[in-house]
Design a protein around this ligand. Structure first.
Ligand code: PLP
Length: 397
């Protein structure tokens, strides 16, 4: 049976060129970057080069890159790292209701430690309102964390505009030497290596990324930390990463990460044009051919590879299981947790009608997706929808 992987937003296959670049660092070049002997120095040199490649890709400096075990750790390091670095008990954090749990859960954790957190609402396209964000800033606000693009619905947030607001707030605070600092973090796990990022243009202080979302290996990521900002390390034990994250560096992973970044930069422009055509083709075909289907997320401010649709009257989970049986791998934001029977926090925050929120499917396309794959998906999807609607008590008008 044909197998069609359309879940690239969950994780990507590791590019064979990335694997090739990593292989020597497992056995032939085994050094620990902290060792003084030749093997250690080879590892250190390779890591420094990788750090440079990754830094250059976002127009930052190598010292501003802290390697982590992935996006979740990078998000945790930014949020908790700021909180613990400041000697002030009533810190205020602003984030949005649609962040990944790697941002929401550290925020909830810090609430138990005395932080106040504002969870901004979003509109029906999953977009944060910059005016509401500006209004939420107060003297105690030390961190604003808004994701670059949402992993479920693909909506790209106005990060540059938010960056301008935080920059103006920083200028204002400079006039009062007793004021707290304010920092801006963006979770760019879904955009890094997919759309161009310049940390200076965006005015961000922290940016999280993860290699496995851009055809790199799992278990490695990074946090960009703007020069001059002190954060508290979450892992103590050694002076790795300039005291910001103890543990022997994952050299093969870091080499693979940099190779993935290099490939992404070479292919980004051309690949995005190709993906946007495929994305819009699939969206149009679904909306034209399936009655009661809707696009979730923004139609233009959208990741090039994200197709998230709701098909009224059918549980997303049921469609996912049926498509899985046809060898089509996608995902749903409508998985019911048995306790609440509620769809994902992202769809809930967008105030979708329950029939729509419960019926979402996300197809995320990637480097190996072809138009013929989408025709196959469409055919199977229409069959599945017809079959499930026949047995469903819900009627679609
Ligand atoms: C937006 C976003 N943030 C953070 C993460 C977590 O990244 P990782 O799996 O590398 O820990 C993900 C992964 O799904 C994500 O999509």
């Amino acid at each position: 049976m044909k197998k069609l992987y359309l879940d690239y937003a969950a994780t990507t296959p590791t590019d064979p060129k990335v694997i090739k670049a990593m292989l020597p660092y497992f056995y032939k070049l085994p050094g620990n970057a902290s060792s003084l002997h030749e093997a250690g120095q080879i590892a250190k040199k390779a890591m420094n080069q990788a750090r440079k490649t990754i830094a250059q890709s976002i127009k930052s400096e190598p010292e501003e890159i802290v390697f982590t075990s992935g996006g979740s750790e990078a998000d945790n390091l930014a949020i908790k790292g700021v909180f613990y670095s400041l000697d002030y008990p009533h810190q205020h954090i602003i984030t949005s209701k649609i962040e990944h749990h790697a941002v929401l859960y550290p925020c909830q954790f810090l609430e138990k430690q005395g932080a106040e957190v504002t969870y901004l609402p979003v509109d029906k396209y999953g977009m944060v309102n910059v005016v509401k964000l500006q209004q939420a800033i107060k003297d105690e606000t030390v961190l604003v964390s808004i994701m670059h693009a949402n992993n479920e619905i693909g909506t790209i947030q106005p990060i540059k505009e938010i960056g301008q607001i935080i920059k103006a707030e920083k200028e204002k605070r400079k006039k009062n030497k007793n004021s707290l600092p304010i920092y801006f973090h963006t979770d760019a796990v879904q955009t890094f290596g997919h759309i161009p990022i310049n940390v200076n243009d965006l005015n961000v202080d922290f940016l999280s990324a993860s290699a496995h979302k851009l055809y790199g290996p799992k278990g490695v990521g990074m946090l960009y930390v703007k020069k001059g900002i002190k954060i508290e390390s979450l892992i103590h034990g050694g002076e790795h990463e300039k005291g910001r994250r103890a543990s022997t560096e994952n050299i093969s992973g870091i080499i693979g990460f940099a190779k993935a970044v290099e490939l992404a930069n070479q292919e980004m422009e051309k690949e995005n044009k190709r993906l946007i055509i495929l994305r819009d083709y699939l969206i149009k075909k679904v909306l034209d051919n399936i009655k009661g289907s809707y696009l979730n997320g923004h139609s233009e401010m959208r990741l090039p590879n994200n197709v998230n649709v709701s098909i009224e009257g059918i549980e997303g989970e049921s469609m996912l299981i049926e498509l899985d049986a046809f060898g089509i791998y996608c995902s749903t934001g409508s998985a019911c947790s048995s306790a609440t029977l509620e769809p994902s926090h992202v769809l809930m925050a967008m105030h979708l009608r329950p029939e729509v929120a419960h019926a979402s499917l996300r197809f995320s396309l990637g480097r190996w997706t072809k138009k013929s794959d989408l025709d196959y998906v469409l055919k199977r999807l229409i069959m599945t929808v017809n079959r499930l609607r026949e047995i469903s008590p819900l009627k679609v008008k």
